[in-house]
Design a protein around this ligand. Structure first.
Ligand code: SF4
Length: 156
């Protein structure tokens, strides 16, 4: 099985979830949010299809702290591949960014994640002061603490 990806950034991000994180950007998004920071990820024809076992190998070799964020694009457009990926990384701390609401995210996926950012980007609600989200309609949820408030999200 393959995933259509834009890139894997191993440089270490501090804005895509708690800690220093490797970020995997999936390719393809239908939402076309005004002000989107990643419009190069919209067109699914412009991605690279990579075998999931190859992605896992790269992550195990280069993501030494095992903190991974899956972003996009819209990862949920490739839900089967994403589930296969994360089920093979049970020892990783995984955050997923999606434009979907929490009610629309499959429960099976939530069970395998540490954190999730939900909601589309809304430019008129842009924020630069709340950690890990781009607009105030979005939520960053710590799934392991059952703590669904942005204010109370524990930073590790
Ligand atoms: S959901 Fe994310 S990637 Fe898709 S258009 Fe909106 S901000 Fe961009």
């Amino acid at each position: 099985m393959k995933l259509n990806i834009n890139t894997i950034d191993f440089r270490g991000s501090i804005v895509d979830g708690p800690g220093v994180r490797t970020v995997l950007f999936t390719q393809g998004c239908n939402r076309r949010c005004k002000g989107c920071h990643n419009p190069s990820t919209w067109d699914k024809e412009r991605g690279k299809w990579i075998e999931i076992k190859e992605i896992i190998k790269q992550l195990r070799e280069e993501c030494k702290n095992q903190k991974l964020t899956i972003s996009g694009g819209e990862p949920l457009l490739q839900i089967e591949g994403i589930l296969t990926l994360i089920k093979n990384l049970p020892d990783f701390n995984i955050t997923l960014y999606t434009g979907y609401s929490i009610e629309e995210v499959p429960k099976e996926l939530l069970n395998h994640l540490n954190y999730i950012k939900v909601g589309p980007y809304e430019e008129e609600k842009k924020t630069t002061i709340i950690p890990y989200i781009g607009s105030t309609n979005q939520k960053f949820i710590n799934l392991k603490n059952q703590n669904n408030s942005n204010k109370k999200t524990k930073v590790q």
